[in-house]
Design a protein around this ligand. Sequence first.
Ligand SMILES: CC(C)(COP(=O)(O)OP(=O)(O)OC[C@H]1O[C@@H](n2cnc3c(N)ncnc32)[C@H](O)[C@@H]1OP(=O)(O)O)[C@@H](O)C(=O)NCCC(=O)NCCS
Length: 190
Amino acid sequence: MAKAGTQKISGVSSVPDKGVRIRDMVIDDIPAVYYLGVKVFLKEKDPFLYRTWETYEVTGLFYSDQELCIVADHLGQVVGFAMGAVITKPKSPWTYGYLVWTGVLPEYQGKRVARRLYREIERRVRGLGARMMIIDTEGTNLKAVRFFEKMGFHKGSAHLWMTKVLKPLTGKTRQRSSIKESITRSLKGQ
Ligand SMILES: CC(C)(COP(=O)(O)OP(=O)(O)OC[C@H]1O[C@@H](n2cnc3c(N)ncnc32)[C@H](O)[C@@H]1OP(=O)(O)O)[C@@H](O)C(=O)NCCC(=O)NCCS
């Protein structure tokens, strides 16, 4: 029997795990990665991920940190992805790796696809000189919390996301970069 707190959360299908390969993301993968995210970042389960996931997340990271954008490919279909960034701070000797987004199609979950994606990102980030890896996820996203714990992460201090519904401005408003992208930029000191 699984130890308390380590049992699988939700079931897994019988899709074969053989033949899933990890490769660099290419420009043609952008729509598939975006739509995969739409399938896994669900409003009911992960409202923050759902709200912040948008096409700019994919195109922005592909533009800024392409070598940290990878996919899991099964017979030509994108079944998982991981996108990261490297953060350096002026006057600091530390370089950080940040796994910004990762997701695996539900029917491919439980096949160690995310583990392979994560390990490849970590390998690349280490090659870029990072000495610490950072992730963030909602505390209620237990699948992700278990996954990251298994990858060796320890809980940091609680980081609270708060929301407030805003009334629309009158006149033209323009949308800019997403929240996660803004965080990455501010951590990078840009
Ligand atoms: C979190 C997620 C990426 C894990 O993908 P996955 O391919 O199923 O994970 P893996 O099969 O590689 O699991 C590796 C380890 O993580 C843990 N784990 C993964 N899914 C788990 C689950 N549902 N319940 C408990 N532990 C789980 C296990 O310890 C597992 O090790 P094991 O195979 O020895 O049991 C996937 O559930 C997902 O896409 N979730 C929605 C998107 C999301 O929340 N992304 C993270 C924030 S950006």
